[in-house]
Design a protein around this ligand. Structure first.
Ligand code: NAD
Length: 379
């Protein structure tokens, strides 16, 4: 790929760019054509964990900005899910349709292995588990692998479970009821997570507005609604924002909550799996001022992360379920703090994460040397 070089790439500029991060690794392999960046943001809570994205970035700067931003978000997400991992992320610069090869992912695996247990990774946008089967030949630091390879399998199952727990927490606060029945939910996106949430909501007595770009999941949800005698109304595109529902459940793309969509919303609450739902951080305050109860996405969608993090201990479904259930408690606490201090739920969630990291910092200095390689910890 032809890349625009980093602007003013003096040593000082690079260190300014990465000043919030512990370690940033540029991975270059001329044989396979691999160009990747691994960013380790913060390992206070444990080794860094984060998916590996493959995208045809137009410049090295664009790739670097993305990996720095995404790895920062993972520190927060791990703290919110209360797992023993810190924030990290990797990006491979390339077109997922054209530039993939077994050698490229083996080379990537070698770079991950060279970090000696400081970074664990798996799929993200543009990569699939088939890609990481090649990396697995070079490193054990791959998570979310299929059950046939000793992993925990499809992460959309616990992610959907986390969304259901979030909806219960939301209903408890917004409608003072602990059941999901008798309310109407507007679901954007019926993919791996959204369809599971939709079917479960119907089972539990909810009515739905749904939208998706594909017809198959729409038909599946409609059919189940008819069988259960529940109302399922299909809407097109952005019309989903303005429907007269009680709760909005975004399970498709990010950056969907902005000035325009928020002004259309008629719901009392929002809880869904989509990543990075707020277009800008300030939109958390906009929702707060409008009196819409917003469940921060990185808490709601933590189920998948909880499952892959649990692989570190061998993987156990009961443990994963218990931790996924705790999403209810974490959100309840966030809603309480938001009301108590009259701050947005996003600010309350961020404070909770910062507090967890600060508390662990004090214990780390006593218990462990967190930079010690994993094989040393085992000995
Ligand atoms: P998916 O790709 O299986 O499904 C996304 C669905 O959204 C697709 O059916 C697609 O047709 C639909 N869609 C896309 N744009 C749309 C639009 N504008 N309007 C309506 N529908 C639209 O993805 P998924 O695994 O179900 O994940 C859904 C969201 O949750 C994503 O934002 C993802 O990053 C996030 N998430 C997923 C997991 C997981 O374990 N799968 C974990 C954490 C976060």
């Amino acid at each position: 790929m032809n890349l625009t070089p980093l602007a003013h790439s003096t040593e000082l500029d690079i260190f300014q760019e990465v000043s919030e991060h512990e370690q940033v690794v540029f991975c270059n392999d001329n044989v396979s054509g691999l160009k990747a960046i691994i960013a380790i943001h913060d390992t206070t809570l444990g080794p860094a964990l984060g998916g590996c994205r493959m995208y045809p970035y137009e410049s090295t700067k664009e790739a670097l900005d993305d990996v720095l931003r995404l790895s920062r978000g993972m520190t927060q997400k791990c703290a919110a899910a209360d797992v023993d991992f810190g924030g990290g992320k990797a990006v491979i610069i390339g077109d997922p349709e054209k530039d993939k090869s077994a050698d490229l992912f083996r080379a990537f695996g070698q770079f991950v292995e060279s970090l000696n247990g400081r970074f664990y990774t798996g799929t993200d946008m543009g990569t699939t588990m088939d890609d990481f089967i090649h990396s697995l030949k070079e490193t054990h630091c791959i998570v979310g692998v299929p059950k046939s390879y000793g992993g925990s399998g499809d992460s959309s199952v616990p992610t959907a479970e986390g969304v259901m727990n979030s909806l219960r927490a939301v209903n408890h606060v917004a409608f003072e009821r602990s059941t999901l029945a008798g309310k109407t939910y507007a679901i954007q996106g019926l993919g791996k997570v959204g369809v599971k949430v939709a079917l479960q909501l119907l089972e539990e007595g909810g009515d739905l507005f749904i939208s998706d770009l594909q017809q198959t999941p729409i038909d599946q949800v409609r059919k189940r609604g008819m069988e259960l005698g529940r109302s399922v109304q299909v809407v097109n595109g952005d019309d989903i924002y303005a429907v007269p529902a009680d709760v909005f459940v975004p399970c498709a793309r990010g950056a969907l909550l902005h000035d325009e969509s928020i002004s259309s919303l008629k719901v009392k609450a929002i809880a869904g799996s989509a990543n990075n739902q707020l277009k800008e951080e300030r939109h958390g305050q906009t929702l707060h001022r409008k009196g819409i109860l917003y469940a921060p996405d990185y808490i709601v969608n933590g189920g998948g992360l909880i499952q892959v993090a649990d692989e570190l201990y061998g993987g156990n479904e009961e443990r994963v379920l218990a931790k996924t259930n705790a999403i209810y408690d974490a959100l309840t606490e966030v809603f309480k703090q938001s009301e108590l201090h009259n701050i947005s739920t996003v600010d309350a969630a961020n404070r909770m994460c910062e507090r967890r990291i600060e508390e662990r910092k004090k214990r780390n200095s006593f218990f462990t040397n967190r930079l010690r390689p994993k094989w040393n910890i085992r000995n």
